[in-house]
Design a protein around this ligand. Structure first.
Ligand SMILES: C[S@@+](CC[C@H](N)C(=O)[O-])C[C@H]1O[C@@H](n2cnc3c(N)ncnc32)[C@H](O)[C@@H]1O
Length: 324
Protein backbone atom coordinates (compact mmCIF):
# COMPACT_ATOMS: atom_id res chain seq x y z
CA UNK A 1 0.00 0.00 0.00
CA UNK A 2 1.21 3.50 -0.73
CA UNK A 3 1.32 6.12 2.00
CA UNK A 4 -1.10 9.01 1.77
CA UNK A 5 0.34 11.83 -0.38
CA UNK A 6 3.73 10.08 -0.68
CA UNK A 7 5.27 11.45 -3.88
CA UNK A 8 8.82 10.06 -3.61
CA UNK A 9 8.57 8.24 -6.93
CA UNK A 10 7.43 11.46 -8.63
CA UNK A 11 10.47 13.37 -7.38
CA UNK A 12 12.75 10.49 -8.41
CA UNK A 13 11.23 10.48 -11.89
CA UNK A 14 11.66 14.26 -12.25
CA UNK A 15 15.29 13.94 -11.15
CA UNK A 16 15.90 11.10 -13.61
CA UNK A 17 14.57 13.44 -16.33
CA UNK A 18 17.07 16.14 -15.33
CA UNK A 19 14.47 18.25 -13.51
CA UNK A 20 15.89 18.27 -9.96
CA UNK A 21 15.13 21.96 -9.45
CA UNK A 22 11.51 21.50 -10.40
CA UNK A 23 11.27 18.38 -8.21
CA UNK A 24 12.35 20.53 -5.23
CA UNK A 25 9.90 23.28 -6.17
CA UNK A 26 6.97 20.84 -6.56
CA UNK A 27 7.83 19.23 -3.22
CA UNK A 28 7.81 22.58 -1.43
CA UNK A 29 4.53 23.67 -3.12
CA UNK A 30 2.89 20.36 -2.15
CA UNK A 31 4.09 20.66 1.43
CA UNK A 32 2.90 24.27 1.76
CA UNK A 33 -0.53 23.40 0.32
CA UNK A 34 -1.06 20.23 2.36
CA UNK A 35 -1.08 21.50 5.88
CA UNK A 36 -3.68 20.20 8.36
CA UNK A 37 -5.53 23.54 8.21
CA UNK A 38 -5.46 23.85 4.39
CA UNK A 39 -9.12 22.83 4.25
CA UNK A 40 -11.75 22.43 6.97
CA UNK A 41 -12.37 18.81 5.95
CA UNK A 42 -8.74 17.79 5.56
CA UNK A 43 -8.60 15.78 8.79
CA UNK A 44 -11.91 14.01 7.94
CA UNK A 45 -10.51 13.06 4.53
CA UNK A 46 -7.23 11.84 6.01
CA UNK A 47 -9.08 9.77 8.65
CA UNK A 48 -11.37 8.28 6.00
CA UNK A 49 -8.35 7.42 3.83
CA UNK A 50 -6.62 5.76 6.81
CA UNK A 51 -9.77 3.67 7.41
CA UNK A 52 -9.89 2.26 3.88
CA UNK A 53 -9.75 -1.56 4.04
CA UNK A 54 -6.51 -3.38 3.26
CA UNK A 55 -6.40 -6.46 1.04
CA UNK A 56 -3.52 -8.53 -0.29
CA UNK A 57 -5.30 -9.57 -3.47
CA UNK A 58 -6.41 -6.29 -5.04
CA UNK A 59 -7.31 -6.27 -8.72
CA UNK A 60 -7.00 -2.86 -10.42
CA UNK A 61 -8.41 -2.49 -13.92
CA UNK A 62 -8.56 0.84 -15.78
CA UNK A 63 -9.15 -0.61 -19.23
CA UNK A 64 -12.95 -0.30 -19.09
CA UNK A 65 -15.39 2.62 -18.64
CA UNK A 66 -15.40 2.39 -14.84
CA UNK A 67 -11.95 2.21 -13.25
CA UNK A 68 -12.42 -0.91 -11.15
CA UNK A 69 -10.84 -1.93 -7.85
CA UNK A 70 -11.77 -5.34 -6.52
CA UNK A 71 -10.66 -8.16 -4.29
CA UNK A 72 -11.76 -11.75 -3.83
CA UNK A 73 -11.96 -10.96 -0.09
CA UNK A 74 -14.37 -8.07 -0.59
CA UNK A 75 -17.16 -9.93 1.18
CA UNK A 76 -15.41 -8.56 4.29
CA UNK A 77 -16.33 -5.00 3.21
CA UNK A 78 -19.65 -3.86 4.66
CA UNK A 79 -21.82 -0.74 4.25
CA UNK A 80 -19.16 1.33 6.04
CA UNK A 81 -17.20 1.30 2.76
CA UNK A 82 -19.94 3.35 1.09
CA UNK A 83 -19.89 5.79 4.02
CA UNK A 84 -16.12 6.15 3.74
CA UNK A 85 -16.34 6.86 0.02
CA UNK A 86 -19.15 9.35 0.62
CA UNK A 87 -16.78 11.37 2.83
CA UNK A 88 -15.22 12.43 -0.49
CA UNK A 89 -18.54 13.69 -1.96
CA UNK A 90 -19.07 15.28 -4.48
CA UNK A 91 -17.58 12.78 -6.93
CA UNK A 92 -17.60 14.62 -10.28
CA UNK A 93 -15.22 12.81 -12.67
CA UNK A 94 -15.31 9.06 -13.18
CA UNK A 95 -16.92 6.49 -12.98
CA UNK A 96 -15.19 4.15 -10.55
CA UNK A 97 -16.19 0.82 -9.10
CA UNK A 98 -14.64 0.18 -5.71
CA UNK A 99 -15.19 -3.19 -4.01
CA UNK A 100 -18.62 -3.50 -5.60
CA UNK A 101 -19.66 0.14 -5.01
CA UNK A 102 -20.33 1.81 -8.35
CA UNK A 103 -19.40 5.49 -8.04
CA UNK A 104 -21.73 7.02 -10.58
CA UNK A 105 -20.01 10.38 -10.93
CA UNK A 106 -21.65 13.60 -12.14
CA UNK A 107 -19.79 13.28 -15.44
CA UNK A 108 -19.54 10.32 -17.78
CA UNK A 109 -15.83 11.05 -18.19
CA UNK A 110 -15.58 7.72 -19.99
CA UNK A 111 -17.49 9.32 -22.89
CA UNK A 112 -14.91 12.11 -23.12
CA UNK A 113 -12.16 9.48 -22.92
CA UNK A 114 -13.75 7.53 -25.80
CA UNK A 115 -13.79 10.71 -27.92
CA UNK A 116 -10.07 11.30 -27.48
CA UNK A 117 -8.53 7.85 -27.07
CA UNK A 118 -8.81 6.87 -30.72
CA UNK A 119 -6.81 9.95 -31.79
CA UNK A 120 -4.02 10.00 -29.22
CA UNK A 121 -1.36 7.31 -28.88
CA UNK A 122 -0.32 7.22 -25.22
CA UNK A 123 2.10 4.28 -25.51
CA UNK A 124 5.38 5.07 -23.78
CA UNK A 125 4.50 8.76 -23.44
CA UNK A 126 5.03 11.11 -20.48
CA UNK A 127 1.76 13.00 -20.03
CA UNK A 128 0.81 16.17 -18.15
CA UNK A 129 -2.92 16.61 -17.43
CA UNK A 130 -3.64 20.17 -16.32
CA UNK A 131 -6.92 20.46 -14.39
CA UNK A 132 -7.14 16.68 -14.03
CA UNK A 133 -9.92 16.51 -11.41
CA UNK A 134 -9.94 13.12 -9.67
CA UNK A 135 -7.26 11.75 -12.02
CA UNK A 136 -9.72 9.43 -13.80
CA UNK A 137 -8.18 10.00 -17.24
CA UNK A 138 -4.66 9.36 -15.94
CA UNK A 139 -5.60 5.80 -14.97
CA UNK A 140 -7.10 5.27 -18.43
CA UNK A 141 -3.86 6.63 -19.95
CA UNK A 142 -1.74 4.18 -17.95
CA UNK A 143 -3.99 1.35 -19.14
CA UNK A 144 -3.28 2.69 -22.66
CA UNK A 145 0.43 2.20 -21.81
CA UNK A 146 1.48 5.75 -20.96
CA UNK A 147 4.95 5.79 -19.34
CA UNK A 148 4.18 8.39 -16.67
CA UNK A 149 1.23 10.68 -15.89
CA UNK A 150 1.35 13.85 -13.83
CA UNK A 151 -1.94 15.61 -13.07
CA UNK A 152 -2.23 19.18 -11.78
CA UNK A 153 -5.34 19.93 -9.78
CA UNK A 154 -5.71 22.87 -7.39
CA UNK A 155 -8.76 21.56 -5.49
CA UNK A 156 -7.76 19.48 -2.49
CA UNK A 157 -10.88 17.31 -2.51
CA UNK A 158 -10.04 16.03 -5.99
CA UNK A 159 -6.43 15.42 -4.91
CA UNK A 160 -7.85 13.32 -2.07
CA UNK A 161 -10.22 11.39 -4.37
CA UNK A 162 -7.15 10.60 -6.47
CA UNK A 163 -5.36 9.34 -3.34
CA UNK A 164 -8.29 6.99 -2.57
CA UNK A 165 -7.90 5.36 -5.97
CA UNK A 166 -4.10 5.44 -5.90
CA UNK A 167 -4.10 3.58 -2.63
CA UNK A 168 -5.13 0.43 -4.50
CA UNK A 169 -3.43 1.07 -7.85
CA UNK A 170 -0.90 -1.41 -9.16
CA UNK A 171 0.94 1.32 -11.13
CA UNK A 172 0.91 3.85 -8.29
CA UNK A 173 4.49 4.98 -8.91
CA UNK A 174 3.69 6.13 -12.43
CA UNK A 175 0.73 8.42 -11.73
CA UNK A 176 0.60 11.44 -9.44
CA UNK A 177 -1.69 14.39 -8.89
CA UNK A 178 -0.22 17.53 -7.38
CA UNK A 179 -2.07 20.63 -6.11
CA UNK A 180 -0.73 22.99 -8.77
CA UNK A 181 -2.36 25.46 -11.15
CA UNK A 182 -1.21 26.10 -14.71
CA UNK A 183 0.42 29.32 -13.46
CA UNK A 184 2.64 27.27 -11.10
CA UNK A 185 4.24 25.46 -14.06
CA UNK A 186 7.71 26.75 -14.88
CA UNK A 187 8.75 28.26 -18.21
CA UNK A 188 10.97 26.14 -20.46
CA UNK A 189 10.01 22.86 -18.77
CA UNK A 190 10.08 20.91 -22.09
CA UNK A 191 9.39 17.59 -20.32
CA UNK A 192 6.18 16.03 -21.63
CA UNK A 193 5.31 14.21 -24.86
CA UNK A 194 1.62 15.03 -24.40
CA UNK A 195 0.01 17.87 -22.44
CA UNK A 196 -3.74 17.83 -21.92
CA UNK A 197 -5.97 20.69 -20.85
CA UNK A 198 -9.62 19.75 -20.74
CA UNK A 199 -12.28 22.06 -19.34
CA UNK A 200 -9.76 24.66 -18.13
CA UNK A 201 -9.28 27.23 -20.93
CA UNK A 202 -12.61 29.02 -20.41
CA UNK A 203 -11.87 29.36 -16.69
CA UNK A 204 -8.75 31.41 -17.44
CA UNK A 205 -8.84 35.21 -17.59
CA UNK A 206 -5.95 35.03 -20.02
CA UNK A 207 -6.49 32.02 -22.32
CA UNK A 208 -3.50 32.80 -24.54
CA UNK A 209 -1.18 32.81 -21.51
CA UNK A 210 -2.65 29.39 -20.64
CA UNK A 211 -1.86 28.04 -24.14
CA UNK A 212 1.65 29.52 -24.06
CA UNK A 213 2.30 28.03 -20.63
CA UNK A 214 1.21 24.58 -21.86
CA UNK A 215 3.53 25.03 -24.88
CA UNK A 216 6.48 25.40 -22.50
CA UNK A 217 5.68 22.08 -20.82
CA UNK A 218 6.09 20.13 -24.08
CA UNK A 219 9.17 18.55 -25.62
CA UNK A 220 9.86 19.70 -29.20
CA UNK A 221 7.31 17.97 -31.43
CA UNK A 222 5.09 17.18 -28.43
CA UNK A 223 1.30 17.13 -28.66
CA UNK A 224 -1.22 19.38 -26.96
CA UNK A 225 -4.75 18.10 -26.46
CA UNK A 226 -7.09 20.95 -25.67
CA UNK A 227 -10.77 20.61 -24.86
CA UNK A 228 -12.98 23.61 -24.23
CA UNK A 229 -16.44 25.07 -24.49
CA UNK A 230 -16.89 26.68 -27.90
CA UNK A 231 -19.50 28.84 -29.62
CA UNK A 232 -20.79 27.96 -33.08
CA UNK A 233 -23.31 30.75 -33.61
CA UNK A 234 -21.16 32.80 -36.00
CA UNK A 235 -19.50 34.95 -33.32
CA UNK A 236 -15.74 34.84 -32.67
CA UNK A 237 -15.90 34.63 -28.92
CA UNK A 238 -18.48 34.77 -26.16
CA UNK A 239 -17.60 36.69 -23.01
CA UNK A 240 -20.51 36.20 -20.60
CA UNK A 241 -21.74 39.36 -18.82
CA UNK A 242 -21.70 37.44 -15.56
CA UNK A 243 -22.39 33.71 -15.16
CA UNK A 244 -22.49 31.05 -17.88
CA UNK A 245 -24.63 28.01 -17.01
CA UNK A 246 -24.49 29.26 -13.41
CA UNK A 247 -20.67 29.14 -13.42
CA UNK A 248 -19.13 32.35 -12.10
CA UNK A 249 -15.67 31.74 -13.51
CA UNK A 250 -16.23 31.51 -17.27
CA UNK A 251 -14.35 34.19 -19.21
CA UNK A 252 -13.74 33.38 -22.89
CA UNK A 253 -15.65 30.85 -25.01
CA UNK A 254 -14.10 30.97 -28.49
CA UNK A 255 -15.34 29.76 -31.87
CA UNK A 256 -13.22 26.95 -33.31
CA UNK A 257 -11.68 29.40 -35.82
CA UNK A 258 -10.74 31.79 -33.01
CA UNK A 259 -9.28 28.94 -30.95
CA UNK A 260 -7.20 27.81 -33.94
CA UNK A 261 -5.87 31.38 -34.24
CA UNK A 262 -5.04 31.49 -30.51
CA UNK A 263 -3.19 28.18 -30.94
CA UNK A 264 -1.20 29.41 -33.95
CA UNK A 265 -0.29 32.64 -32.15
CA UNK A 266 0.85 30.58 -29.16
CA UNK A 267 3.30 28.56 -31.28
CA UNK A 268 1.36 25.45 -32.28
CA UNK A 269 1.05 23.86 -35.72
CA UNK A 270 -0.75 20.84 -37.29
CA UNK A 271 -3.96 21.82 -35.53
CA UNK A 272 -6.74 19.26 -35.86
CA UNK A 273 -10.30 19.29 -34.58
CA UNK A 274 -10.94 15.74 -33.38
CA UNK A 275 -14.38 16.17 -31.84
CA UNK A 276 -17.26 18.61 -31.39
CA UNK A 277 -20.05 17.48 -29.04
CA UNK A 278 -22.97 19.16 -27.35
CA UNK A 279 -22.95 18.34 -23.63
CA UNK A 280 -26.14 16.49 -22.73
CA UNK A 281 -27.97 15.91 -19.47
CA UNK A 282 -27.05 12.23 -19.89
CA UNK A 283 -23.34 13.10 -19.80
CA UNK A 284 -23.49 15.61 -16.92
CA UNK A 285 -26.13 15.01 -14.25
CA UNK A 286 -26.81 14.75 -10.52
CA UNK A 287 -26.38 11.25 -9.10
CA UNK A 288 -26.33 9.72 -5.61
CA UNK A 289 -22.56 10.43 -5.64
CA UNK A 290 -22.97 14.10 -6.69
CA UNK A 291 -26.19 15.30 -5.15
CA UNK A 292 -25.91 19.01 -6.02
CA UNK A 293 -27.56 20.66 -9.05
CA UNK A 294 -26.16 19.73 -12.43
CA UNK A 295 -26.61 20.61 -16.10
CA UNK A 296 -30.43 20.16 -16.23
CA UNK A 297 -30.76 23.01 -13.69
CA UNK A 298 -28.31 25.20 -15.61
CA UNK A 299 -30.34 25.14 -18.85
CA UNK A 300 -33.46 27.14 -19.72
CA UNK A 301 -36.34 24.82 -18.75
CA UNK A 302 -38.46 26.03 -21.71
CA UNK A 303 -35.60 25.96 -24.27
CA UNK A 304 -32.73 23.54 -23.53
CA UNK A 305 -30.71 24.96 -26.45
CA UNK A 306 -30.03 27.93 -24.13
CA UNK A 307 -28.42 28.26 -20.73
CA UNK A 308 -30.45 29.72 -17.91
CA UNK A 309 -28.81 33.09 -18.72
CA UNK A 310 -29.87 32.89 -22.39
CA UNK A 311 -26.47 31.93 -23.88
CA UNK A 312 -26.05 28.99 -26.30
CA UNK A 313 -26.11 25.69 -24.34
CA UNK A 314 -22.70 24.03 -23.82
CA UNK A 315 -20.89 22.61 -26.84
CA UNK A 316 -17.35 21.35 -26.43
CA UNK A 317 -14.56 20.89 -28.95
CA UNK A 318 -11.39 18.84 -28.69
CA UNK A 319 -8.33 19.74 -30.72
CA UNK A 320 -4.82 18.38 -31.03
CA UNK A 321 -1.84 20.52 -31.98
CA UNK A 322 1.92 20.07 -32.19
CA UNK A 323 4.54 22.16 -30.48
CA UNK A 324 6.84 23.98 -32.94
C1 LIG B 1 -14.30 21.53 -15.80
S1 LIG B 1 -13.17 20.67 -14.79
C2 LIG B 1 -12.48 19.55 -15.98
C3 LIG B 1 -11.86 18.31 -15.35
C4 LIG B 1 -11.27 17.34 -16.36
N1 LIG B 1 -10.09 17.89 -17.00
C5 LIG B 1 -12.28 16.96 -17.39
O1 LIG B 1 -12.17 17.43 -18.53
O2 LIG B 1 -13.18 16.17 -17.10
C6 LIG B 1 -11.86 21.84 -14.59
C7 LIG B 1 -10.81 21.42 -13.60
O3 LIG B 1 -9.68 22.27 -13.71
C8 LIG B 1 -9.30 22.72 -12.43
N2 LIG B 1 -8.70 24.05 -12.63
C9 LIG B 1 -9.32 25.25 -12.65
N3 LIG B 1 -8.44 26.22 -12.89
C10 LIG B 1 -7.23 25.64 -13.04
C11 LIG B 1 -5.92 26.12 -13.30
N4 LIG B 1 -5.68 27.40 -13.47
N5 LIG B 1 -4.91 25.24 -13.38
C12 LIG B 1 -5.15 23.91 -13.22
N6 LIG B 1 -6.37 23.40 -12.98
C13 LIG B 1 -7.39 24.25 -12.88
C14 LIG B 1 -10.58 22.71 -11.60
O4 LIG B 1 -10.32 22.61 -10.23
C15 LIG B 1 -11.31 21.50 -12.17
O5 LIG B 1 -11.00 20.31 -11.50
Amino acid sequence: MSDLLCRKALYQWLKSEGKSDWADEVRSLCESRYTADAHGLMSDWCNAWQSLPKFNDVVFDASQSAVRIDSASRHRVDESMRELLMKFHPWRKGPFEIFGHFIDTEWRSDWKWDRLARYVDFADKAVLDVGCGSGYYGWRMLAAEAKFVLGCEPLQLYNMQFEVIRRYATQRDRHFVVPLMDTDLPDRLWLFDITMSMGVLYHRTSPIDHLKKLHQTLKPGGTLLIETLIVDDGSDVLIPEDRYAKMRNVWFIPSIKMLELWLRRSGYRDIQVIDVSATTTQEQRSTPWMTYDSLASFLDASDPTKTIEGYPAPVRAMLTAKRD
